[in-house]
Design a protein around this ligand. Sequence first.
Ligand SMILES: [Zn+2]
Length: 142
Amino acid sequence: MQADIDMLRRQRSDLEDQELEVMEARETLDSELEKIESDAARLGGEIERVRGLISVAEAEIDAELAAEDAAWSGYAASIPESLLADYQRRRAQNKGAGAARLVGTTCGACHLSIPSTEAEQVRRAAGASVAYCDNCGAILVP
Ligand SMILES: [Zn+2]
């Protein structure tokens, strides 16, 4: 009988020790959880702040695009329809450069030079005929 009581006391003592260990572990985890929740709240605020900045930037970009579209519509109205279609087709093929300024003998789109006699012909024919870059196909604007 006394042996049973001693064994139960030892078990009780072991269980109390285990309970203390679990409580200590829980305190550590509670502290970590508190820090994680604090970090999450801070990061949530940061995410909202950055989203706000992105929204402002998107609104500015949308306004710039609208202004560019309006300006483009104004220019496009003064360009003959066949030349405009030619430009748009070349722009799609060239991934952006449908027309380029001829600077000296250099194409402003691909930055390669054309022969100086050809460049001079392009300048003389300005307004009368359309010239193209032999390399990239962009419409050359003298
Ligand atoms: Zn070119």
